[in-house]
Ligand binder design. Structure first.
Ligand code: EPZ
Length: 432
């Protein structure tokens, strides 16, 4: 089992280039099969999630040519099958974006129901509600969602709760429906906007993405496009938090500062200095951080995907901090691992962490429970003086490209080993 080996205690400093947004790429890759013409997509992050989705697209007949590590050419004209098999959805839930894309273009799709995950239940009732509102027949059978329609007709849809995935999936199903669709209570995340901009570049007619009311006029066909994906808000936020927790000085480059405003504002509350330029944000943390309160909210609120990262940072701050998780019902499972490093955190009623800051974390042997919690444990290890190991790093590699190499570039003592026995080979051995 491949492990990260991390010898922390070193303030990280320097510049790091941020890659394309994973969660925008997943939606845009799925949507790219909605035209029979060729689509060129740049700034695709080379991470496990995007590679698994590309494999799922190829499995139904799409042709995908990787021009370079971050550029793919896609043509969906030869798609012959509308059934996504289990192996893909088991690896990533976001394969369900092919439901909206295939239903939107071919009026039929069959995708296995995504299982639960470490964040709690992951219902898709709002996705199904939207498809049915557009006139699709949606049945759940043999563990799959089967959606079919003779035609899709624009309608007025009120989401019962703000859902990124449901907004994305329903938008894709609606862009080629007959007539006008209005999605109320839509998610406003940057990746929802990026998908809308991409679909519009293919000839769709979407207005209002980024607000809670999205208006779509259906079109009969979509055409070719060349598109570059926005930078990853959460990868950038993770490196900004790395500066805070290691008392370092990191500049994240190739970012959209507007997307990071809520994260920057919290870092200022913690006592960090923030410098913004057109496409970069610098975070300097020179002294012990202050405490604060955080509640995760849909965009533009504090992102749930940054909740583990700020919680581990607050674990070393002065005083009592409170972090409330309002999006997922079980996103504090990693706290048990953090307590093994000396953190003083109590999770109340499943969604509120009461954090009493400690002076330091001690190294430990950890397991990454999921993608963002795994990245947060890496941050905690970077602040702990001795050698920490983190296994199950495949979770982290789902959403972070070259994570250990980018951290090495900032001065971190981190590397990947195949097994514990290889630790002594590392050149940043702990002097026993
Ligand atoms: C997307 O997940 C992201 N994944 C998640 O990022 C992110 O945490 C989440 O949005 C919130 O921002 C991708 O974009 C691939 P939701 P998604 O639908 O779409 C409930 C990462 O680390 N809900 O906005 O699944 C749901 O259970 C991942 O990159 C319903 O009840 O999130 C959750 O409690 C982790 N019914 C809440 O809404 C539905 O039909 C928000 O979920 C849909 C969702």
């Amino acid at each position: 089992m491949r492990l990260y080996a991390i010898k922390g205690g070193v303030p990280l400093a320097g510049e790091v280039e941020i890659g394309g947004a994973k969660n925008a790429a997943l939606a845009i890759l799925a949507a790219s099969i909605m035209t029979d013409e060729t689509v060129l997509i740049e700034n695709v992050p080379d991470v496990r999630d995007t590679n698994v989705l590309i494999a799922a697209m190829e499995s139904v007949g799409a042709s995908v040519i990787r021009q370079d590590r971050h550029t793919v050419k896609i043509n969906g004209s030869q798609i012959h099958n509308f059934v996504i098999d289990d192996e893909h959805i088991k690896k990533i839930r976001a394969s369900y974006y092919l439901l909206g894309a295939l239903l939107g273009k071919y009026k039929r799709a069959e995708v296995p129901l995504p299982g639960g995950c470490n964040l709690g239940t992951r219902a898709i009732d709002q996705h199904i509600k939207g498809f049915r509102a557009l006139g699709a027949e949606v049945v759940l059978k043999n563990g799959s969602v089967v959606a079919t329609a003779t035609k899709l007709k624009g309608t007025h849809i009120f989401m019962d709760k703000v859902s990124v995935g449901a907004t994305i999936n329903v938008m894709m199903a609606a862009v080629m429906a007959e007539g006008r669709t209005i999605i109320e209570n839509a998610a406003k995340e940057p990746h929802v906007v990026d998908l809308a901009n991409f679909l519009n570049s293919m000839g769709a007619r979407i207005k209002g993405a980024g607000t809670d009311v999205i208006r779509i006029n259906g079109v009969a066909k979509l055409h070719k496009s060349e598109y570059a994906i926005i930078p990853d808000q959460i990868e950038a936020g993770t490196f900004m938090m790395a500066a805070a927790i290691t008392k370092g000085d990191i500049t994240v480059k190739n970012v959209i500062p507007k997307h990071l405003e809520c994260i920057s504002a919290k870092l200022v509350e913690l006592g960090c200095e923030i410098e913004e330029s057109d496409d970069a944000v610098r975070v300097v943390a020179s002294k012990r951080l202050r405490n604060t309160q955080v509640k995760t909210l849909p965009y533009p609120g504090f992102p749930t995907d940054m909740q583990p990262q700020i919680t581990v940072t607050l674990g070393l701050s002065e005083g009592i901090s409170i972090v409330t998780e309002s999006i997922f019902d079980n996103r504090f499972k990693y706290v048990d691992e953090l307590v093994r490093m000396g953190a003083d955190i109590k999770v109340e009623s499943g969604n509120t962490a009461i954090i009493s800051g400690v002076k330091e974390y001690t190294a430990a042997k950890l397991t990454a429970p999921d993608l963002r919690a795994g990245a947060a444990l890496v941050l905690a290890a970077l602040a702990a003086k001795d050698m920490t190991t983190i296994d199950d790093i495949k979770y982290i590699e789902r959403g972070y490209e070259d994570f250990h190499l980018k951290l090495q570039g900032l001065g971190a003592h981190i590397d990947i080993v195949e097994a514990e026995k290889d630790l002594q080979k590392l050149n940043f051995q702990v002097v026993s």
